[in-house]
Design a protein around this ligand. Structure first.
Ligand code: ADP
Ligand code: MG
Length: 705
């Protein structure tokens, strides 16, 4: 009936305008709102500006809008804002689109690896720092940008650091191009990259000269930490402005003794707060998806045991691999009478500000990259946070009123923490960024203007790895076509190489699945109380050859299941039975879905490159040989006592209990990941023949023997 329709419509209209009013109000009340004019003025006056402001003051969401309104997007130019994390890029873009009252993907959009929501209309573009680096490969002058904001610079991710070096030279080149000056100067040797790269059919990259004049580029470096000196010095004494934030007092509580199990301790603390403390949401910092999902499950299992009136607790996870609609749920206010408990990685430390938080639980750990250049091995380890991270985390409790922070370690431990975190560039494998710098035309990597130089040993080790992978020639130039092809793929060089080789071994389909699944956190989940059940469920997929083929079996089985069901039932029903199937098989449906997205994207890339998309069917010998040829740097042989010796580094490692090869250990394996807890474990293994290594990777093994 028309009248009913009209009624609903106007109701929705009212809700909409109430929400808009609220957003306008919120924007006006942010600390940054009162300094809009001054900030815009500073950006006009300074080519490089450093903005320091407390988390939640409005830097990320407001400054791009101020600049847009001030005319920085005239002539179709774009304001680019980089974030170290994809979750931040996605959620902030959604929020800003809403604040501007536009649809996401038009004026405001995001672009992250494997997910680009931008269009020709986009003027405010949130992206990851890694993505902007990749863009520079196609457009070395970043010509469409009028302003680039490097956000969260205090995080000092390896991409942020390299990006700052690159932007410095792009800015110089663009201002001198206006005055008819020279090209891009990267590194000491004044390398000429006044070039535009174009792809030819073979997938390699051609360079052609380009003569164009560019408008100057404005650079803004934003940081949540007070110490802006390092940035200011790096950018020739650039001006730094400070934005006052609002911070209420936060009471800090410590445990009396060290906790043996911080997940358990977090769980207990969540329920203590929920039962004993007044209203307000809880934010818990955990180290990754697996921990978050395990705590989520435990809370939801315990909740029904509480009296009915205490069950109003809403658990909301936030981490990178979560589909973005679910990421946004943490920002919505809890339904009346409910308390939200947000389980987050350190994304919630400074990158995104979640309203409503009054209690913070900080177990004091973070997952970090660690690299040993001597051994050439990178690993992910769980390490104590730094003091400044601990302070940022507790600060999240005092955004809207006085709050409480529960640090799950004794007070004397706090004093032992490092003041701040070491920049990532000093503790990671550099082959990925070196490959990109090479593709940008930087010849002298050691001479590149890094804000903080990585060690010479780490640079040399990474160059050596790239050479062994065939990406560099004897003269340290990018090889043609392999090096150029590898630089184009948005993957770790070792995975890019595996895909290129797989097309020669006729198993590209299998390798695509493998790389996609290795790019997400484990697709299996094994709750602590159901380990045996999980192991039994896994048996029907497991291959005695190892984990890679097991992963392929899962992927294929889930595809078959989906294909069959999607013909028989509606999409919603299909999704439901699929989730049930995953649960019964102890498969993480979120991770699998994420892997499926990644698979699709990489497949597009390799198809564009013209690689041969073939399958080896059931001939897994071929596939295993390809794994040996690709991952020869990660080979290990069994020792008499059942441990393994990694051939490249000489390290003694153990098979991770999650591997299908845990019980029946073959003589020689390749692996993909080294995890360090109390032991050094290798994960994702496949049995290979030792002789294949000398046959398929003579550049390394012939040299060694
Ligand atoms: P900063 O970058 O200075 O840390 P932000 O610009 O990210 O600050 O956030 C400013 C304000 O916007 C915060 O108070 C936060 O609560 C609010 N905010 C940010 N994102 C969202 C969102 N997705 N939903 C609701 N509020 C948000
Ligand atoms: Mg921010």
């Amino acid at each position: 009936m028309p009248s009913v329709h009209q009624g609903n419509f106007s109701n929705r209209q009212t809700q909409f305008s109430v929400r808009r009013q609220k957003i306008i109000q919120q924007r006006k009340s942010l600390p940054i709102a009162s300094v809009e004019k001054r900030l815009v003025e500073e950006v006009r006056k300074n080519d490089v500006l450093i903005i320091v402001g407390e988390t939640g003051s409005g830097k990320t969401t407001q400054i791009p809008q101020f600049l847009f309104d001030a005319g920085f997007c005239r002539d179709g130019r774009v304001i680019g804002i980089t974030q170290p994390r994809r979750v931040a890029a996605v959620t902030v873009a959604k929020r800003v689109a809403e604040e501007c009252g536009v649809e996401l993907g038009q004026k405001v959009a995001y672009s992250v690896r494997f997910d680009d929501a931008t269009s020709g209309l986009t003027r405010i573009k949130y992206m990851t720092d890694g993505l902007l680096l990749r863009e520079a490969l196609l457009d070395p002058y970043l010509s469409k940008y009028s302003v680039i904001i490097v956000d969260e610079a205090h995080e000092r991710t390896v991409h942020t650091d390299v990006l700052m070096g690159l932007l410095k030279s792009v800015q110089l080149a663009r201002s001198s191009s206006v005055s008819g000056g020279q090209g891009l100067n990267l590194g000491n040797k004044n390398v000429n990259v006044t070039l535009e790269k174009e792809n030819d059919q073979s997938g390699s990259v051609r360079k052609k000269p380009r003569h164009e004049k560019f408008a100057p580029l404005k650079l803004i470096i934003m940081s949540a930490s007070l110490d802006a000196r390092a940035f200011s010095e790096y950018f020739a004494g650039a001006k730094a402005v400070h934005i006052q934030g609002r911070q209420f007092p936060v009471d800090i509580f410590y445990t009396l003794h060290a906790e043996t199990d911080y997940l358990d301790a977090s769980l207990i603390t969540i329920f203590q707060i929920h039962l004993d403390e007044g209203p307000g949401d809880i934010l818990v910092f955990l180290t990754g998806q697996e921990e978050i999902e395990s705590v989520e499950r435990l809370i939801n299992e315990k909740l029904p045991q509480l009296p009915q009136e205490n069950q109003k607790l809403l658990v909301l996870p936030i981490f990178a691999a979560l589909p973005s609609e679910q990421q946004m749920r943490v920002f919505a206010p809890a339904p009346s009478g409910f308390r939200k408990v947000i389980l987050a990685t350190n994304i919630a430390e400074t990158s995104v500000t979640i309203p409503g938080i009054k209690y913070v639980i900080d177990p004091g750990f973070v997952k970090a990259r660690s690299y040993d250049p001597g051994k050439g091995m990178e690993s992910l380890i769980i390490v104590p946070t730094s003091k400044s991270q601990a302070l940022q985390r507790s600060g999240r409790a005092g955004r809207e009123g006085p709050g409480k922070c529960f640090r799950l370690y004794p007070e004397k431990e706090f004093e032992k923490l490092e003041d701040s975190t070491m920049p990532e560039i000093k503790r990671c494998n550099l082959s990925n960024v070196i490959l990109q710098l090479k593709a940008l035309g930087v010849e002298d990597i050691l001479g590149f203007d890094f804000i903080e130089k990585p060690s010479r040993a780490a640079i040399i080790k990474s160059l050596e790895q790239l050479f062994l992978l065939g990406a560099l020639t004897d003269e340290c130039q990018l090889s043609d076509p392999v090096g150029h092809q590898m630089a184009r793929l948005p993957l770790d060089p070792i995975y890019s190489r595996a895909l290129i080789l797989a097309s020669q071994f006729n198993c590209l389909e299998e390798m695509l699945i493998t790389v996609a699944l290795l790019s997400v956190e484990s697709i299996f989940y094994s709750p602590r109380d159901k380990l045996e059940e999980a192991r039994t469920a896994m048996k029907c997929f497991s291959s005695s050859e190892g984990d890679h083929i097991t992963l392929i079996n899962v992927y294929r089985a889930s595809n078959d299941f989906l294909e069959k069901r999607s013909m028989e039932m509606s999409t919603t029903k299909c999704e439901k039975v699929y989730k049930k199937w995953c649960k019964e098989n102890f498969i993480n449906s979120r991770s699998l879905r994420h892997a499926r997205d990644i698979h699709k994207q990489i497949q597009e890339h390799v198809q564009q490159m013209g690689l041969n998309l073939s399958s080896c069917g059931d001939d897994m010998l071929q596939f295993r040989r390809c794994l040996a040829a690709s991952f020869f740097l990660n080979a290990a042989v069994k020792q008499p006592e059942g441990t393994y010796r990694a051939l490249a580094s000489g390290q003694v490692v153990q098979v991770h209990p999650s591997s299908v090869l845990f019980r029946k250990k073959p003589d020689c394996v390749i692996f993909n990941e080294l995890v360090q807890t109390n032991h050094k474990y290798v994960r994702n293994l496949t049995r290979v023949d030792y002789l294949w290594l000398t046959e398929l990777a003579p550049q390394y093994y012939a040299m060694q023997s």
